[in-house]
Design a protein around this ligand. Structure first.
Ligand code: NAD
Ligand code: UDX
Length: 461
């Protein structure tokens, strides 16, 4: 029986291993983590992350061939294939601070593997890492060699939160990079056999190690670039009377461009895009390519601009001040169907509103009050468990996450309980703006022709 151990029971490690377990009943999969509360939650009825479909998959194989444990060393020692899926955040201090990936967790996992291993191992980079990381990992593993053969593979994960299970069941592709030596190719084959249980062979791509590592950073940079491109257009649409949804539809019909990932928004968030682009920028700088670094940096600059442009629009529309005014914020997660708030645009928007002395009342169906208060640190806000409660007595409503339930709210009821004039600032273009205008709302939709009111009060970006 092949034994797999995954170090890191997070948003990637947990769902990915659960899907391997359900698709490969003959493989024993153990997910380990240094965080006891996280492992306890994976072993309980309330999983540590919200992801549609995840509960069913975990329940079907937990205790059979899927296990969650804090006994990291034991399970690493016993495994044939070790996935490393620890966090690789942006460095906050020292060399490369604010850009480079912090590989502290990765390095300590690699050192632990070297310490406890007594048999040959395939070590799989599942975390997103800078290109050439495998070389450094090889050095750590083979230093003080005990005659053990290690093969390092790069197998980046392309799942998106909110659709993780769907993405894992039917991936567009699985990417496996390995050394071009017989040993390297044998390891690639072994990992390929795991995925071949459910992924068609044509969708399993094998490359050299560096291509696989770089492809992950490149994919995220390209995806984020599409959003920044359409968000840049949304500003021009507002200035000219064009409608960004019509523009997106028209350009997306060109098969060379394609229709996906062209929704204008208050800005992209999530734990990956900004971190991975900053990482790419740093790698370009380190390789003496400042022009390339600046090109990708611009994707982040536009994203920051989009968030501050939104705050400015709210403030300028409401007579240039929100001081003392109640503003309801609907949605705090970085996208729908997740409780994750890492790098969510809601953090910057709420901080901007509080900075202008607004009284912010936040509702999100999946994010806890504790999490919101932690994210907003010194900024005083209130958190409620009902959208209507958040909007009661408010001067304005900001929609910051595209949760389906926000499309179905009783906006007449919300309007009746708000201060007048009542504003809706739709950061995700989810409401039927015309219908809301008929009720009496002043509505701002990203990249859409402006209400007369908003035209008279232009936002200063
Ligand atoms: P996460 O923070 O949710 O999970 C990482 C886990 O690793 C944590 O539970 C932490 O306690 C554990 N950990 C850290 N050091 C450890 C150690 N030495 N031993 C055992 N456990 C340890 O992170 P995530 O969102 O799952 O991301 C993991 C990696 O996958 C990152 O590199 C990320 O860039 C990449 N990735 C994330 C996504 C996503 O959508 N979240 C998608 C693709 C790739
Ligand atoms: C992303 C990548 O999509 C995934 O392939 C990678 O493995 C991890 O990073 P994730 O961050 O989970 O996934 O979510 P994603 O769906 O990419 O959304 C990222 C952000 O972009 C969200 O804030 C989302 O609301 C925003 N977005 C997305 C837009 O503003 N407009 C769009 O058209 C699409």
């Amino acid at each position: 029986m092949v034994k797999i151990c995954c170090i890191g029971a997070g948003y990637v490690g947990g769902p990915t291993m659960a899907v391997i377990a359900i698709k490969c009943p003959a493989i024993e999969v153990v997910v380990v983590d240094i965080s006891k509360p996280r492992i306890d939650a994976w072993n309980s009825d309330t999983l540590p992350i919200y992801e549609p479909g995840l509960d069913d998959v975990v329940k079907a194989c937990r205790g059979k061939n899927l296990f969650f444990s804090t006994d990291v060393e034991k399970h690493v020692a016993e495994a044939d294939i070790i996935f490393v899926s620890v966090n690789t955040p942006t460095k906050t201090r020292g060399l490369g601070a604010g850009k480079a990936a912090d590989l502290t967790y990765w390095e300590s996992a690699a050192r632990m593997i070297a310490d406890v291993s007594k048999s040959d191992k395939i070590v799989v980079e599942k975390s997103t890492v800078p290109v050439k990381t495998a070389e450094a990992i090889e050095k750590i593993l083979t230093h003080n060699s005990k005659g053990i053969n290690y093969q390092i593979l790069s197998n980046p994960e392309f799942l998106a939160e909110g659709t993780a299970i769907e993405d894992l069941f039917k991936p567009d592709r699985v990417l496996i990079g390995g050394r071009e030596t017989p040993g390297g190719q044998k390891a690639v084959q072994a990992l390929k056999e795991v995925y071949a249980h459910w992924v068609p062979e044509a969708n399993i791509i094998t490359t050299n190690l560096w291509s696989a590592e770089l492809s992950k950073l490149a994919a995220n940079a390209f995806l984020a670039q599409r959003i920044s491109s359409v968000n840049a257009m949304s500003a021009l649409c507002e200035a000219t009377g064009a409608n960004v949804s019509e523009v997106s539809y028209a350009i997306g019909k060109d098969s060379r461009i394609g229709p996906k990932f062209l929704n204008a928004s208050v800005g992209f968030g999530g734990s990956c895009f900004q971190k991975d682009i900053l990482n790419l920028v740093y790698i370009c700088e380190c390789n003496g390519l400042p022009e390339v670094a600046n090109y990708w940096k611009q994707v982040i600059k536009i994203n920051d601009y989009q968030k501050s442009r939104f705050v400015n629009r709210v403030v300028s529309s409401m007579f240039n001040t929100v001081s003392g005014k109640k503003i309801a914020v609907l949605g705090f997660a970085f996208k729908k169907d997740t409780g994750d708030t890492r790098e969510t645009p809601a953090i910057d928007v709420c901080k901007g509103l509080v900075g202008d002395k607004a009284q912010v009342s936040i509702y999100d169906p999946q994010v806890t009050e504790e999490q919101i208060q932690r994210d907003l640190a010194m900024n005083k806000v209130s958190v409620v468990w009902d959208a209507y409660e958040a909007c009661k007595g408010a001067h304005g409503v900001c929609i910051l996450t595209e949760w389906d339930e926000f499309k179905k709210l009783d906006y007449q009821k919300i309007f009746d309980n708000m201060q007048k004039p009542a504003f809706v600032f739709d950061g995700r273009n989810v409401v039927d703006a015309e219908k809301l205008r008929e009720m009496g709302f002043i509505v701002y939709s990203i990249g859409k022709p402006l209400d007369g009111w908003l035209k008279d009060m232009p936002a200063v970006a």
